[in-house]
Write a protein that binds this ligand. Structure first.
Ligand code: IMP
Length: 196
């Protein structure tokens, strides 16, 4: 079976992709390949960061790989925190602190529309391909739910009355930014191999 590297240290994301691509690819993580360091995300867009990560891995291992980068865009904050979502409240900020800052910045405004965006960069046989996934929604006034991570407790996708934190993982994955980008990646890889 072909091997493909997923440029992540996130065990949860890895398991998800291992399952989805089983039968087509053996998905291997950075840790499994002995890359322990965090790859610096120095880009100014999600595309740049995803690309920086996949190219870093390609250079080190000379193997096909993919990487993802995600940001939350809040309209009332002119698109912030965006590409800085992981470090919104500071370089070493926790999820909790980032959510706190977001709620504080929004205050009591009713203009709360927002979206999550994921970009995946795939390096396959010397070419780069990008896949994007988006989910529209709003930032609610107080945290709700206990599952998930990051901004999940305050993000309510359009068409639902639950936050990502209140949903089952299956439901979240079926409609989320990352889930949608991954669905496109998987469809592409399946077709790519059929055509070989
Ligand atoms: P990453 O690029 O996937 O590491 O995501 C950057 C940051 O966006 C994370 O540190 C989280 O704060 C946030 N984030 C990414 N995906 C999600 C999600 O599915 N739910 C909530 N927050 C997320």
């Amino acid at each position: 079976m072909h091997k493909i590297i997923f440029a992540t240290h996130n065990a949860h994301k890895l398991l998800e992709l291992k399952n989805i691509l089983s039968g087509l690819y053996e998905v291997v993580s950075l840790d499994e390949m002995g890359i322990k360091e965090d790859i610096p995300e120095t880009g100014e867009t999600l595309f740049e960061n995803a690309s920086i990560k996949s190219r870093y891995v390609k250079e080190k291992l000379q193997m096909d790989c993919f990487a993802d980068d995600t940001g939350l865009e809040v309209d009332a904050l002119n698109g912030a925190p965006g590409v800085y979502s992981a470090r919104y409240a500071g370089e070493t900020a926790t999820y909790e602190q980032n959510v706190e800052k977001l709620l504080l910045e929004l205050g009591d405004t009713n203009h709360r529309s927002a979206r999550f965006k994921t970009v995946i960069s795939l390096l396959l046989e010397g070419k780069e391909y990008f896949f994007e996934g988006t989910v529209e929604g709003k930032i609610i006034f107080e945290r709700r739910g206990s599952d998930g991570f990051g901004y999940d407790p305050v993000f309510m996708p359009d068409g639902y009355n639950e936050t990502f934190s209140e949903m089952t993982m299956e439901l979240k994955n079926s409609i989320s930014h990352r889930g949608r980008a991954v669905q496109k990646l998987v469809a592409f890889l399946k077709e790519y191999h059929q055509e070989l």
